[in-house]
Design a protein around this ligand. Structure first.
Ligand code: HEM
Length: 387
């Protein structure tokens, strides 16, 4: 969160500086604004994207609460418009509860554990709120996008990117529903961990894309103000490898979460008194590497240090160009490791696990920032520009 708030605060002061830089005097001495400032509002666009990114971080956190309170299957239908309203009368609540009572999760787990209507209202709230936030993000993205588009305020080359980000958001709604449907299919009492990982990783990928595009727009504004040619940042081989290593860690984390594999061990560093726990190889390595809770928990707790190694490499590359980004990467992964260990030793305590999910999202923000810094024209290795 601090990373996004930092960018928002910087963005506000930069808008003022940008406007100032674009003011000129005409031949009669009247102050006029450079044409680029009227047409392009890259700082405003960047700040709008940072705001959306903040909303995405918050929805990821609420998604974590929804999962950890076992609330995700409480709404059994997908009604994009009418679902905005929760049940408003006692009769509507009872009808909604009846729908939930027919689900395998209720029949085999929540029901036998004893669930009252008040308990149901609590889990319903989290799922409903999570979906409401999803809708709010969609509106907060689509309406300003249309406005900027109509006003001709989007710089060349950014329209398709913004449409791609909007489409990712729409796709996310579809993935969310497919995930819920996997838990209502009758074969399982919980959602599929594979769908859960698609849902979480799409959110994190979109978050990275929002940050990257916002940073590009900010650089674009700076270049225009300085009368130079804006050059978007590029992915480099090193940063791509870092992203891949982090992606594997996030994927393992999503599978651990989706399989409730955090409960495979409450000890650290050992699992069941040994470094490498026993796991089920009867269905082969392919199955074990994608389904076995003990193996996946083991891999997630130790692959974390491969991720740390890659992130230290990235932070060192970033430091000479942007110290704040380097600090953000170090603080995010340091906190994340401690929270991961705390999640294990507290037996997946709700707020610790939620914090682990939140900081996971912030780590993605910090990494995207660092990757962007590394791929900027002035940070690229090679001979300096002739210009
Ligand atoms: C760079 C380091 C790490 C990253 C990026 C990361 C990321 C994630 C993500 C994205 C999830 C799924 C969502 C959630 O948090 O619930 C997760 C879950 C989890 N992680 Fe990590 N993790 C890291 C390190 C660790 C470490 C070192 C441990 C343990 C020693 C750990 C233990 C867990 C556990 C137990 C869960 C499941 C929690 C639950 O059911 O809610 N993580 N991790």
């Amino acid at each position: 969160m601090y990373v996004i708030v930092y960018h928002l605060a910087r963005g506000a002061s930069q808008i003022a500086a940008f406007r100032l830089a674009l003011l000129h005097r005409d031949t009669q001495g009247h102050v006029i604004m450079h044409k680029a400032a009227q047409l392009h509002r890259p700082y405003a666009l960047a700040n709008w994207l940072y705001t959306i990114a903040l909303m995405v971080v918050l929805i990821v956190m609420v998604g974590g609460i929804t999962r950890l309170t076992e609330s995700g299957l409480s709404i059994t239908q997908w009604q994009p418009v009418s679902g905005i309203l929760p049940p408003l009368s006692e009769a509507q609540w009872l009808a909604e509860f009846d729908e939930y009572r027919a689900t395998p999760e209720y029949i085999f787990e929540a029901g036998p554990a004893g669930m009252t209507l008040a308990d149901f209202k609590f889990i319903f709230f989290w799922e409903w709120f999570h979906r409401l936030m999803g809708r709010a993000i969609g509106v907060a993205f689509a309406l300003p996008l249309a406005w900027f588009w109509i006003r001709g305020a989007i710089p060349a080359g950014y329209k398709w990117r913004l449409v791609a980000l909007l489409s990712l958001g729409g796709l996310q709604g579809v993935f969310g529903w497919l995930m819920v449907r996997s838990g209502l299919s009758g074969e399982m009492t919980d959602v599929s961990h594979l769908w859960l990982s698609v849902h979480l990783l799409t959110a994190l990928f979109t978050l990275g894309g929002l940050i990257w595009t916002a940073l590009d727009l900010r650089d674009h504004a700076r270049a225009v103000a300085a009368g130079g040619d804006p050059v978007p940042s590029r992915l480099t081989l090193g940063t791509l490898v870092t992203a891949l290593i982090l992606f594997i860690q996030l994927l393992l984390g999503a599978w651990v979460a989706g399989l409730n594999a955090g409960h495979a061990s409450y000890d650290w560093p050992l699992m069941q008194g040994t470094l490498v726990p026993e796991f089920d190889l009867r269905r082969g390595w392919g199955w074990a590497l994608t389904h076995d809770p003990f193996l996946l928990h083991f891999l997630h707790r130790w692959w974390a240090f491969a991720a740390v190694g890659a992130l230290i490499w990235l932070a060192r590359r970033v430091k000479p160009h942007n110290r704040a980004a380097s600090i953000a990467i170090h603080s995010a992964f340091g906190t994340q490791i401690l929270l991961g260990i705390a999640t294990v030793v507290t037996g997946v305590a709700l707020w610790i696990a939620v914090a682990h999910q939140l900081v996971g999202a912030l780590l993605v923000v910090a990494t995207a920032w660092g990757m962007h810094v590394t791929g900027r024209k002035d940070a690229r290795p090679g001979p300096p520009d002739a210009a």
